[in-house]
Write a protein that binds this ligand. Structure first.
Ligand code: BLA
Length: 291
């Protein structure tokens, strides 16, 4: 596929326009310095946008535009801790031959354990997921660690890059984003300090996970260098990782602790499993751990 005419910018524009129809977006001045970055070889442009809004702690996007070589979107919406809303997550990596896609309303609480949370948010969304599971089929083995952050309607897929597939992906993105906004509209502010604390910690755990283990980091490092990549990840993409809680990565994920006390650099300690979609069409977990 010719990537020179392809961009994920229209995905971002859609999401922001759609959000503005419902709520006021305020820009975040602390992110100003990340707005436009260039790769060291000058071939790739990285653009970011970020805002906050009532109910929304942070909505942010990163696009990486490498002309013919690659196009990347990392778009996420993090709710205020007063809401137990899912985290909207769109991560699309595309090069001329291959696209790797995660599109989901990532649950704040592991839905294989917290079935009440699953019922609250995903029961009504199952038909939406079903609409796309055939055209955007399960992308094969996924690590057990990632799966804990995914919902029964997650679109995890890999495909040969083509205009048709990207049109389907755009349609899925619009549907999933509108579904998230509808949840946001209905969301009622939590008043119990205990529940708010729990939501904040769950979001912090998610931020710790992604700030440490996101598969995109090596590419960002290659593009803009280790220091700027680190800042981009910690201060922009997963902003809040230093302020929403005091727990460390190893507090949340002690299984990654090496004998020396450092964090195991591997992305997964459980290994890859879940070769096929581990939820049935009723949203029941049917994961057969393939080792
Ligand atoms: C691959 N990205 C992946 C994979 C997943 C994700 C699941 C497959 C590899 C794997 O099994 O781990 C995405 N993983 C996620 C997400 C969560 C998670 C969203 O746990 C949420 C909890 N991806 C990006 C950006 C880049 C990028 C910004 O988001 C590049 C700048 C690239 N992702 C990228 C590449 C791969 C990948 C190159 C394939 C390489 C690899 O598997 O190491």
């Amino acid at each position: 596929m010719d990537l020179s005419t392809f961009s994920y910018q229209k995905f971002v524009n859609f999401a922001l326009q759609e959000t503005k129809l419902r709520t006021g977006l305020a820009p975040l001045p602390s992110h100003e310095k990340f707005r436009l970055l260039r790769s060291k070889d000058n071939n790739t442009v990285l653009r970011t946008l970020s805002f906050c809004a009532p109910k929304i702690r942070l909505v942010r996007s990163l696009t990486v535009e490498g002309n013919r070589a690659m196009q990347v979107l990392d778009f996420a919406v993090f709710p205020e801790p007063e809401f137990d809303l899912p985290i909207f997550c769109a991560n699309f990596f595309t090069n001329a031959s291959l696209s790797i896609v995660v599109l989901d309303l990532n649950p704040l609480y592991d839905v294989t354990i917290h079935t009440d949370y699953k019922e609250k948010y995903y029961r009504k969304l199952l038909p939406l997921g079903k609409k796309y599971f055939e055209l955007l089929p399960w992308g094969g083995n996924i690590t057990g660690e990632s799966l804990r952050f995914f919902s029964p309607i997650v679109i995890w897929t890999r495909f040969t890059s083509s205009q048709f597939k990207h049109d389907v992906l755009y349609s899925a993105f619009m549907d999933y984003f509108k579904a998230w906004l509808a949840l946001m509209d209905e969301a009622v502010k939590e008043t119990s300090a205990c529940h708010i604390h729990r939501n904040r910690e769950a979001q912090h755990k998610y931020l710790r996970w992604r700030a440490e283990k996101d598969p995109g980091h090596p590419i960002l490092k290659k593009l803009v260098g280790e220091n700027l990549a680190k800042e981009l990840v910690w201060r922009f993409l997963f902003d809040g990782v230093d302020s929403l809680g005091a727990k460390t990565f190893l507090d949340y994920f002690p299984e990654y602790k090496c004998d020396s006390g450092t964090i195991n650099q591997k992305r997964s300690v459980m290994g890859k499993s879940y070769e096929t979609r581990p939820w049935d069409l009723n949203g029941e977990f049917v994961g057969n751990h393939s080792g």
